[in-house]
Design a protein around this ligand. Structure first.
Ligand SMILES: Cc1ncc(COP(=O)(O)O)c(C=O)c1O
Length: 404
């Protein structure tokens, strides 16, 4: 047999599999309560609406069965532009590229902006799919720590100064400002402004990835950084995965027409066009006028699950454990005492208590985070959440007691 590795491109060395995708396997055992995969709640999919659209979709119009334009169906781009207008980002059709999920947008943006060895600032912890897209194009990731208000802009300012002194200039920062994956935290208004100021001062772009922004539980969402962007420095990513269905694989990019054009050329070589079926399904869902009400119903479901998780954490977790208090989205982030390695703890959680989570280390670019955990509350009903957190607390408690 040929040793195929000999033929691989150099960039393959920078490619990493995702712990999280591996963690999906853990959800297959029905006895396990899993907080591992950050999937949307399947029982909340708008099945009647999708059935209705699917049935009527092909009567007079075959566009869902044909290849589509690389940029996306024009009417869908127009509808997305209207949605962005309503969220404070004035947009025209030329500002919108439809992608196969926002994951493809992360790949395409990395593809057109990164040369091997280029620096990219990333959240630490940050979304693994984004980190991997950057790694696939051999971007050098520089982690910026987070706290309960998101990115530590003060540390970032020092880092940028330090880097500039060494002639290192990041191309862009990758950030998930609302209800971040994996921590659930939101970048404060003051820090959004601070980030834009730093981007201007040090001349880098901002990649604003916002798949969870519409799933907010409380106050009015904070303005997108794209809203405050007068120069076209912000590239905004949106997605229908969390507000409609991920199976359609439809996301979008908002950027200046010149960037949309370049991304379109890159996309031509990747997949010619996004799934026409997916685009048509999403377009008809938007045109049905039912999407807003659907999103409101999702907020109720996820909010109850968030509440159940926070209540259970407060009730059961030992005092040594700290966690975030998300105001939207799917995730809570746990910090355990530093002597606990959550990856080593996972087999015990699975065997002894039948509960699963994702160890936080994989969300860190500098090898730290061994004592952290990402919990997704999106998939489990409230009773399971309470029981699952109770189980997890027992595993952690036992580990703390053995260390004493
Ligand atoms: C922060 C973030 N960005 C992007 C994605 C990719 O989403 P999709 O490709 O389904 O739009 C996800 C998926 O979980 C995510 O959490």
């Amino acid at each position: 047999m040929l040793q195929m590795e000999r033929y691989y491109a150099e960039r393959v060395g920078d490619m990493q599999g995702s712990d999280i995708r591996d963690a999906f396997k853990l959800t297959e055992d029905t006895n396990v309560i899993s907080f591992a995969g950050g999937f949307p709640a399947a029982e909340a999919f708008p099945v009647p609406l999708i059935e209705e659209i699917m049935q009527s979709m092909f009567r007079h119009d075959y566009s869902g069965l044909q290849y589509g334009p690389t940029e996306g169906l024009e009417e869908l781009r127009r509808q997305i532009a209207l949605m962005m207008d309503a969220e404070g980002v004035p947009s025209e059709v030329e500002n919108i590229l439809v992608t196969n999920g926002s994951q493809q947008a992360l790949d395409l943006v990395s593809k057109i902006f990164l040369d091997p060895g280029d620096y990219v600032l990333v959240e630490q912890p940050g979304y693994v799919g984004g980190l991997n897209a950057i790694g696939n194009y051999q971007g050098r990731k520089v982690g910026i720590p987070m706290d309960d208000d998101g990115l530590r802009i003060d540390i970032m300012a020092n880092k940028l100064k330090d880097m500039a002194g060494k002639g290192q200039h990041p191309k862009f920062i990758y950030t998930v400002p609302n209800f971040q994956n994996p921590t659930g935290v939101t970048l404060s208004m003051e820090r959004r402004r601070g980030l834009l100021d730093l981007a201007r001062e040090y001349d880098f772009l901002i990649l604003e990835d916002n798949p969870y922004g519409n799933i907010s539980f409380g106050q009015e969402p904070l303005p997108h950084m794209k809203t405050m962007d007068e120069e076209g420095r912000v590239i905004y990513l949106g997605s229908f995965s969390k507000i409609l269905i991920p199976g359609a694989r439809i996301g979008w990019v908002v950027a200046s027409p010149v960037v949309i054009r370049q991304l379109t050329i890159a996309k031509q070589g990747t997949d010619l066009c996004s799934s026409s079926l997916g685009m048509k399904l999403v377009l008809e869902s938007v045109l049905s006028g039912k999407l807003d009400a659907h999103i409101e119903s999702l907020k109720v479901i996820y909010r109850r699950r968030r509440d159940a998780m926070l209540e259970a954490l407060a009730r059961y977790m030992p005092s040594e454990v700290r966690w975030t208090h998300p105001q939207g989205g799917f995730f809570v982030w746990l910090r355990l005492p530093s002597y606990i390695d959550t990856k080593a703890l996972l087999p015990f959680a699975l065997d002894e208590e039948k509960v699963a989570y994702v160890s936080g280390k994989g969300f860190h670019v500098d090898g730290t985070g061994h004592n952290t955990i990402r919990l997704a509350y999106s998939q489990a009903p409230e009773a399971h959440i309470t029981e699952g957190i109770h189980r997890l607390s027992k595993v952690i408690r036992r580990r703390i007691e053995t260390a004493m």
